[in-house]
Ligand binder design. Structure first.
Ligand SMILES: [Zn+2]
Length: 376
């Protein structure tokens, strides 16, 4: 009898573990809210450009903000890498705040929606982070992985061959959306997502594409704009103007022989002018201490402070860390400048962006005043 009681207890414990972990696993598929701001004229799905994506974890919302006045078309990508929250959040703030004064803007805050449904294993990453909206109510966002969720694309090959260049890349990069462009309609899941974005650019005749990322503070590409050759002048003039405004944006030409990245392939395979920007994200670096929601929000970690003192970081790092509002503010200020320069160089395709959250205001008051309450 005691043995039987023991078995029943063990079974009970196992069931409880399954229920608890199962609930947590299911919650990873729960979608964060993006509120339609007053400037949004339509919301479509990425799968409109590739019906095979419909109903899959790779489908995602595409927000249209249109002025009704002639001008150019801008596409902003956030969340190509779901573990780089400033990129996604900058795109969310554009959707919730911006008003177009000329031309139009398309925004995809979660470009790789599948990557927002998991985190990299064995790192103890938080799966979401919470901030207050303008009225004090809570808004939560997903912290995801760099790659497509292996639940949606598996197994990885021993070597990933990029299409169409034939370049050989690391096995895991087969699930990296920023190694999958321009993509193909009958390729693997990540290539299909890339193909749909490329198709959107062609269909909507997107003039300017800006892809928002973050990188490790120990990576020299932080606080850089990486530009396709057709975007060289915009990036150079933008960098000069930003520096005089106190924002240092380093210039990095897109490597011609490194394939799959948005700035290279979208520039080569479509008529769009393609750029990518990086801010510095401590939680992405190997150097971090405890991986917590706090580290996502303020980027404060004593290990980085010590590394900065030894000159190992490519960003200025002080006791206050690298707060998310500063990274988002930098992205939005840089984006506004690049869009303005694009308009000056191409007056017939000018894109007028109004009501963007100001960098100084973001640094001073944080992100909350620019987040709308999530009313479902
Ligand atoms: Zn990235």
């Amino acid at each position: 009898m005691p043995g039987r009681l023991y078995s029943v207890s063990l079974l009970g414990l196992a069931l409880a573990a399954v229920l608890l972990t199962g609930r947590e696993f299911r919650s990873l598929s729960e979608k964060q809210t993006v509120v339609r701001g007053p400037g949004v004229s339509a919301v479509t799905r990425l799968s409109d450009c590739l019906p095979a994506l419909r109903g899959t974890a790779g489908d995602t919302d595409v927000y249209f903000l249109e002025s009704g006045k002639p001008g150019g078309t801008l596409l902003v990508l956030g969340g190509v890498h779901a573990n780089e929250p400033a990129g996604m959040l900058s795109a969310v703030l554009l959707v919730e705040n911006a008003r177009l004064e000329k031309g139009r803007m398309l925004v995809i805050p979660e470009a790789n929606a599948s990557a927002f449904t998991h985190v990299e294993s064995a790192e103890g990453f938080p799966v979401r982070f919470t901030m207050a909206a303008e009225d004090g109510s809570a808004r939560w966002f997903r912290f995801g992985g760099r790659l497509t969720n292996p639940v949606h694309q598996w197994p990885d090959p021993e070597v990933y061959t990029h299409y169409p260049s034939g370049q050989l890349l690391s096995d895991f990069d087969v699930r990296n959306l920023d190694r999958a462009f321009p993509g193909r309609p009958d390729g693997n899941f990540t290539e299909r997502i890339a193909f749909a974005i490329t198709g959107l650019i062609r269909r909507e005749k997107v003039d300017l594409t800006i892809d928002l990322h973050e990188a490790r503070p120990m990576n020299p590409i932080v606080n850089c704009v990486i530009f396709h050759e057709r975007a060289r002048e915009i990036a150079s003039l933008g960098s000069i103007d930003l520096e005089s405004a106190g924002v240092k944006l380093r210039l990095e030409p897109s490597p011609q022989n490194l394939h799959g990245m948005s700035h290279r392939e979208l520039g080569d395979h479509t008529d769009t002018t393609a750029l990518l920007m990086e801010t510095a994200n401590p939680i992405q670096d190997r150097l971090h201490g405890r991986t917590s929601e706090q580290l996502i929000l303020d980027g404060r970690d004593d290990f980085f402070l010590q590394a900065a003192r030894r000159g190992l970081l490519y960003v200025t790092y002080e006791g206050k860390g690298l707060p998310l509002e500063e990274r988002v503010g930098r992205h939005l200020a840089s984006l506004a400048k690049l869009v303005q320069i694009f308009g000056e160089l191409n007056p017939e395709r000018e894109i007028g962006l109004g009501n963007l959250p100001d960098y100084a205001l973001l640094k001073d008051r944080g992100i909350s005043p620019f987040l709308r309450p999530a009313i479902r």
